[in-house]
Ligand binder design. Structure first.
Ligand code: TYM
Length: 337
């Protein structure tokens, strides 16, 4: 991609390289990134700087970066149509985060739901990075002057903070940032664990049979889906409060097939959970099979992935530089040629 696309709508979004992408990452996020790629200028980041806010092993992080980029491509992101970049390779994210942090009240960060969750989980390793995380995320978005940020529902609060910070900066230093819009899908925006459907599907779930990975084998996917928690009442009905397990499977089925909840209820009228789960498993497996095959093809080609990240990083840097020169000027920093 190059500079000729300047007037197109700009899409920016990212995921953390903390292991394999799961079905929530895919349905809530990456699948929609693919559909937004045509006709827009897109930046898809692998955010390694976010990944060091929790305990980690550096060598594993490096491996996960390659793996995350390979999965992006396997899911359908075309490096000739979008820019896939590594956050730490673009200068500006951390600088802008610092500047935004200086106008961000601490209370706004302490109120973030994800911070509260993670602070509870990592009580013994609670660092300031975890609290500051949403400011870095705001910088990731604002530095590209993004119009649209496709994410799952759990990131909505962070995007609201991003908009607040953009407004605060514009008010204090004059108009600089666009206010980005979140893009959250109708179904798949919050995929829940198959075993504990009250909590969202997650890489760190201690019960891994509740998490479907996009590179899981057909057998594993089927096993996990067939043993998903449902309820004793029977009947395929969408009722998230009283039937969270079945409703979650319906959400997954709907996001993959495009069928509405009413259509799904009609299709499975009078049928048991076993039949329904089998259809969900068939749909998930046939949808993810090409993703897994493509992943197996490219994941060992480190050179190709590096090339993609290098090219994407250069494009990202060009775009980031434009905004950062403006920001430096406005806040009173100097650059000596
Ligand atoms: P991360 O890496 O946790 O997740 C990546 C994307 O997957 C979505 N997602 C889900 N969607 C539906 N159901 C789920 N169970 C589920 N779990 C995750 C997330 O909403 C996200 O869209 N802070 C971000 C990464 C980030 C970012 C950014 C995103 C850093 N900078 C700038 C957008 C813009 C995160 O931790 O995502």
């Amino acid at each position: 991609m190059n500079g000729e696309t300047q007037k197109k709508q700009v899409v920016l979004t990212c995921a953390q390289p903390t292991g394999k992408l799961h079905l929530g990452n895919y349905l809530g996020a990456v699948k929609n990134w693919v559909s937004l790629m045509e006709g827009r200028e897109c930046y898809f980041g692998v955010v390694d700087m976010h990944a060091i806010t929790i305990p980690y092993v550096p060598a594993e992080l490096r491996k996960n970066v390659y793996d995350c980029a390979a999965q992006y491509i396997a899911c359908g992101l075309d490096p000739d149509k979008c820019n896939i970049f590594l956050q730490s390779s673009v200068v500006g994210h951390a600088e802008l985060a610092w500047i935004l942090g200086c106008i961000c009240p601490i209370g706004n960060l302490e109120r973030m739901t994800q911070y509260k969750d993670k602070a509870r989980k990592h009580k013994d390793a609670l660092n300031s990075g975890l609290l500051y995380y949403p400011v870095l995320m705001a910088a990731d978005i604002l530095i590209y002057d993004a119009d649209l940020v496709p994410v799952g529902e759990d990131q909505k609060q962070h995007i609201e903070l991003t908009r607040d910070l953009a407004q605060k900066f514009n008010f204090k230093y004059s108009d600089t940032f666009k206010l980005p819009e979140p893009y959250i899908p109708q179904s798949g925006a919050r995929v829940m664990s198959l075993q504990t459907p009250a909590s969202k599907m997650s890489k760190s779930d201690p019960n891994q049979s509740g998490t479907l990975y996009i590179t899981d084998s057909a057998d594993t996917l089927r096993k996990k889906i067939m043993s998903a928690v449902t309820d004793s009442e029977g009947g395929v009905k969408y009722a998230p409060d009283s039937k969270p397990g079945v409703s979650n499977l319906m959400g997954i089925f709907s996001a993959i097939t495009g069928k509405s909840y009413a259509e799904i209820e009609n299709e499975f009228e009078g049928k048991g959970y076993g039949d329904f789960k089998k259809s969900v498993a068939d749909a998930v497996i046939s949808h993810l099979e090409p993703v897994r095959l493509r992943y197996e093809e490219i994941s060992s080609d480190k050179k190709y992935i590096e090339e993609v990240l290098k090219r994407g990083g250069e494009a990202a840097q060009r775009r980031a530089n434009r905004l950062m020169s403006k920001v430096f000027r406005k806040v009173g920093f100097m650059r000596f040629e």
